[in-house]
Write a protein that binds this ligand. Structure first.
Ligand SMILES: C[S@@+](CC[C@H](N)C(=O)[O-])C[C@H]1O[C@@H](n2cnc3c(N)ncnc32)[C@H](O)[C@@H]1O
Length: 205
């Protein structure tokens, strides 16, 4: 485990919840409500990147998705899986380091239950290299939606100095060449102290 992974594992092992709360982010709630109104065939799959103890995996499962959460904290994944089972919801947590993780690799390592493409890929406050955004765009099924939410550079809320805070333009540039169509890209003030970069993009059918 590197220092960052140890830091998150220590926090969750001490019983901490996600630093951003236990209720799903309002942008996630709004997107799920909108997608619910779109026609669909069969069960939809969803992937939450850096899922922590699972506030969004639970919301996705409650909305009828076959949801997968990936986090490199084993404790966070255990808490997430316990919550799914406690509420009788389907879905799964996977311990993985998203700097190298992929659904294909997870399957090769014996996780036959991990879908290989997703109707919805979500990253909420996963302040990471934008390389991951490009990788994740390749995991979308045709017609699938990517929602990428990060703390904007000027947000009062957010991670300590040194953790990446890409702005809107930089985030948009990372999508170039991925084949995704941008549906929404803006900075949204979600509280007096929170300014978020919100990017929503879709893969063509
Ligand atoms: C700010 S928390 C956000 C948790 C969750 N997305 C939410 O909105 O509540 C960031 C999460 O990313 C996870 N994380 C950070 N770097 C990671 C990596 N390289 N691979 C997997 N998970 C990572 C941390 O363990 C932590 O749970």
């Amino acid at each position: 485990m590197d220092e960052m992974q140890q830091m998150w594992e220590r926090r969750y092992a001490a019983g901490e919840q996600s630093p951003d709360g236990v209720a799903p982010h309002p942008e996630v709630v709004a997107l799920l409500e909108r997608l619910e109104r779109e026609p669909r065939a069969g069960t939809r799959t969803a992937l939450d990147l850096g899922s922590g103890p699972g506030r969004h995996v639970l919301a996705l499962a409650r909305a009828g998705y076959d949801a997968t959460g990936v986090d490199f904290s084993p404790t966070a994944v255990r808490v997430l899986e316990d919550a799914l089972r406690r509420h009788g919801l389907p879905g799964r947590g996977v311990v993985g380091d998203l700097r190298t993780w992929s659904p294909q690799e997870a399957r090769q390592q014996g996780r036959a239950d991990v879908p290989q493409e997703f109707d919805l890929v979500l990253a909420a406050y996963f302040q990471h290299s934008l390389e991951l955004l490009r990788n994740a765009s390749g995991w979308l099924a045709p017609g699938g939606t990517l929602l990428w939410l990060t703390h904007a550079p000027d947000s009062v809320d957010g991670p300590p100095a040194g953790v990446p805070r890409p702005g809107l333009e930089e985030t948009l540039r990372a999508l170039e060449g991925t084949g995704l169509a941008v549906r929404r890209a803006e900075e949204v003030r979600t509280s007096g102290t929170a300014l978020d970069v919100v990017l929503e993009a879709v893969r063509a059918r």
